[in-house]
Design a binder for this molecule. Structure first.
Ligand code: RP5
Length: 162
């Protein structure tokens, strides 16, 4: 594997999703996971989505994160074109993301999308779940994940109320 070959694709339906999805990218950066961020739409650029996703596995990608808002078909369309695990992140919308959540989570049996929470928590957790998947075969990454959890626990235990 080339040094910086992306192991994760962070795909989002629009550049307007970046404010939230940058948290997925930052989390992957924190663990040193090489990744590629792209804005492509299931509706506006369907051919480009298909091209990116159908070549991903052959290019060494192991997990795809797909975020979209509104009629959020992106993660489902991505999952239809790959055998890689697909993690869906619903974006907030005029309906507060409920439409995005349902569009992403309610996949028909046979084509799964592992759907995370709406917004920033989902973006962060999608990256952490991608790290956990990669860590199954990467002891160094597993160690970093364990250290992250321990650090998080310490932070909560040492926190004080105002
Ligand atoms: C979805 O439509 C995108 O994922 C975004 O959340 C939403 C709005 O997109 P823009 O109109 O801001 O490009 O496809």
């Amino acid at each position: 594997m080339a040094e910086n070959q992306p192991q994760v694709i962070v795909l989002m339906g629009s550049t307007s999703d970046w404010d939230v999805m940058q948290h997925a990218s930052q989390t992957l950066d924190r663990f040193g996971v090489p990744h590629q961020c792209r804005a492509l739409s299931a509706h506006r650029t369907p051919a480009a989505v298909m091209e990116l996703v159908s070549t991903a596995e052959g290019n060494g990608v192991e997990v795809i994160i797909a975020a979209a808002g509104g009629a959020a078909h992106l993660a489902g369309v991505v999952a239809a074109h790959t055998l890689l695990p697909v993690l869906g992140v619903p974006m907030a919308s005029v309906l507060n993301g409920l439409d995005s959540l349902l569009s992403t989570v309610q996949m028909p049996a046979g084509i799964p999308v592992g759907t995370l929470a709406i917004g920033k928590a989902g973006a962060t957790n999608a990256a952490l779940l991608a790290v956990a998947i990669l860590a199954r075969k990467n002891p160094e990454l597993r160690g970093k994940l364990q250290a992250f959890r321990e650090e998080q626990t310490e932070k909560v235990l040492n926190s004080t109320l105002p």
